[in-house]
Design a protein around this ligand. Structure first.
Ligand SMILES: [Mn+2]
Length: 429
């Protein structure tokens, strides 16, 4: 039911939703028969009294007032909507896609003649990087044979990432610097040229969501740090090009956005939300659950068990030693777990990785000194150390540890770490 005069365009929007009743006078509203799925009132008639009697006459019909510049007033029974704004935001979204479509034509042009294209991600491929690389391959209308998705690091080991690659059957390849010569075009995804310290030449395109760095010259760049994930940018480009996004690709992109934004908690913006909602509708959620549940391997539980059973707590700090291990990510997982213990303000997990480096992962409750700064001050001179306020990491070569404390027995390392952290966390900020 429409009460009052309305724009023809607005009326046409509602025409296909059912039968319209158009009334010129508000009083006519009270002698209508039937059930109304929506009542739209021109703001001219939106007095409190009128809306209240409308509501009591039609208790099951939602009431919307087409407002001009009026704000919604408290105590009013209806919702105020500026219909022109609704249309406006839809148009500006379409405008954004249309602009992105120009970008798509550009990047397609740049890689068009390449016989062998390399889509290169950073050395530790995460779901966002992997999904975005797959998306670019689809966007460029290429397949496994005509575009390789590769990285220069070691075999991926994080269980979720391994599960993603295996369960989704993704052909992610480890490549060497030598191999790079075999490609006649290179696209970077989720990373920028400066990351490779000038070691890779001939980069034709860059798509990334990290803050732009100098020396980012490529024929095509789409770098936007407002987005929480490169997968969000890729989703926009695919939609702009009106490419159908398969269930598999939707799942991968959704997972990329989820992990890079910590389920839309960290650095996510409206575009991430928009992409998330869009992908969610066409993703294989069962498959996604399967991937996400694979966070542990059976042989890893032993390390966990040992570290947890031998933990000790001093001055609100929980210490957990994983001993000698191969998989570094276990240390940060155990550190996360330490924060769940009641009364704990700091969680320190550490272990010797590949026999060559002492790796420490530090977490705190946030209301204490910055973890990143603390590690930096303590260990920057003998290793690499730093991170965020509440989570940080230090990596120290074992020979430095030996120089510093004389020996590298389990006991001496534990005593040293205990002493260092108790002293450092006791200091005033
Ligand atoms: Mn990313």
């Amino acid at each position: 039911m429409f009460i009052g005069e309305f724009d023809i365009l607005l009326m046409s929007l509602f025409k296909n939703r059912g039968q319209l009743t158009e009334l010129d006078f508000p009083d006519d509203a009270f002698n209508q028969k039937g059930v109304f799925t929506l009542i739209v009132v021109n703001s001219k008639f939106s007095s409190k009294e009128f809306l209240a009697s409308l509501a009591s006459n039609y208790p099951t019909s939602p009431i919307v007032v087409s407002a001009d510049d009026e704000q919604r007033q408290d105590g009013y029974i209806a919702r105020y909507v500026r219909f022109d704004k609704v249309a406006d935001s839809q148009i500006s979204f379409e405008e954004k896609l249309a602009r992105s479509d120009i970008s798509v034509r550009h990047i397609r042009e740049i890689h068009r003649d390449a016989k062998k294209l390399l889509i290169l991600v950073h050395n530790q491929p995460d779901p966002d990087a992997i999904a975005s690389a797959m998306a670019l391959r689809t966007l460029l209308r290429r397949n496994k044979k005509t575009a390789t998705i590769g990285y220069l690091g070691e075999r991926i080991s994080r269980p979720e990432n391994v599960a993603m690659v295996e369960l989704m059957d993704i052909d992610l390849q480890v490549i060497s610097h030598e191999d790079i010569k075999n490609f006649d075009s290179i696209a970077l995804v989720d990373v920028q040229p400066s990351y490779f310290r000038g070691e890779i030449i001939g980069i034709d395109s860059v798509i990334d969501h990290h803050p732009i760095t100098p020396e980012c010259d490529a024929k095509f760049t789409e770098i936007s740090s407002e987005e929480g994930a490169t997968a969000t940018i890729m989703t926009r480009l695919l939609r702009a090009a009106q490419v159908e996004i398969s269930a598999k690709l939707s799942t991968a992109l959704l997972y990329g956005i989820k992990t890079d934004t910590m389920i839309l908690n960290r650095g996510a913006d409206l575009d991430d939300l928009e992409a998330f909602t869009y992908l969610y509708n066409q993703a294989d959620l069962g498959l996604l659950r399967k991937i996400e549940s694979k966070t542990l391997y059976s042989e890893e539980i032993k390390h966990y068990g040992q570290a947890l059973s031998k933990h000790w707590i001093n001055d609100g700090i929980i210490f957990m030693n994983l001993g000698r291990i191969e998989k570094e990510h276990l240390i940060s997982q155990v550190a996360d777990m330490g924060m769940k213990v009641g009364g704990v303000k700091w969680s320190i997990a550490f272990g010797i990785v590949s026999g060559s480096h002492l790796v420490m992962s530090v977490r705190n409750s946030g209301s204490v000194r910055s973890a990143g700064r603390l590690l930096f001050e303590l260990f920057d001179e003998i290793g690499s150390a730093g991170g965020h306020r509440s989570y940080a990491k230090a990596v120290i070569p074992m020979n430095e540890v030996k120089d510093l404390i004389g020996r590298t027995s389990r006991k001496s390392i534990e005593q040293w770490i205990d002493r260092v952290f108790r002293t450092a966390t006791a200091q005033k900020v």
